[in-house]
Ligand binder design. Structure first.
Ligand code: 5GP
Length: 182
């Protein structure tokens, strides 16, 4: 296998789709949405790892309502487009969500499987309320019906990297969203 170099990684960054400034403007919109929706009520911000960790860190600093954070790692099992109804949680929340208004922050909605299943699972735990904000949305790729409460950017069917999103664990450190290509 060829070794990874700075140049080999940079050569696969095809084009910048969303600039650092555009992302920061969208982060402010996410914060305004949360602050208006919850109007002073305590909330639990939940980020699905790993891709959404930078988005979470930025949105967190725009939130003015009382706020705690938690993380989960989830994988959904499907046969074709049909969910087995099983979502495997390899890292679960440490909070008992029935005491909280939950806001899930996701990096990207693609087939919709992950959020469809995670939202179903968390609703069974009876939170006070649950809303989902995604940074990116690829509606053309949906195989299960799922619509987030707020999508900050709708993008075409491309594989994207940067701002927490990886290809083979690289590129999460890019401050912008770019198209990945060989
Ligand atoms: P789902 O298909 O369940 O809606 O999306 C599951 C996960 O696939 C996302 O949270 C994300 O980690 C990954 N994913 C989907 N599309 C892309 C993409 O364009 N780039 C990257 N880096 N990850 C993606």
């Amino acid at each position: 296998m060829a070794s990874i170099t700075k140049e080999s990684l940079e050569s696969k960054i095809k084009s910048i789709l969303i600039s650092e400034q555009e992302i920061q403007n969208a982060v402010v919109r996410a914060g305004e949405y949360i602050n208006a929706l919850y109007d002073g009520k305590p909330i639990l911000l939940v980020s699905i790892l790993k891709g959404a960790f930078i988005f979470m860190a930025d949105v967190l600093r725009t939130v003015t309502v009382p706020c705690e954070i938690d993380f989960m790692v989830a994988k959904s099992y499907y046969s074709g487009t049909v969910s087995s109804g099983m979502v495997q949680i390899t890292l679960d929340l440490t909070h008992d969500v029935k005491d909280y208004h939950i806001v899930i922050l996701e990096d990207i909605v693609d087939t919709g499987r992950t959020l469809h299943d995670v939202v179903g699972l968390l609703k069974e735990r009876n939170p006070l309320s649950l809303h989902v904000i995604t940074l990116l949305d690829k509606p053309d790729r949906r195989v299960v019906e799922y619509t987030p409460d707020l999508s900050l950017f709708t993008i075409p069917d491309l594989f994207v990297i940067g701002y927490g999103l990886d290809y083979d664990e690289y590129y999460r450190n890019l401050p912008y969203i770019a198209e990945y290509g060989e």
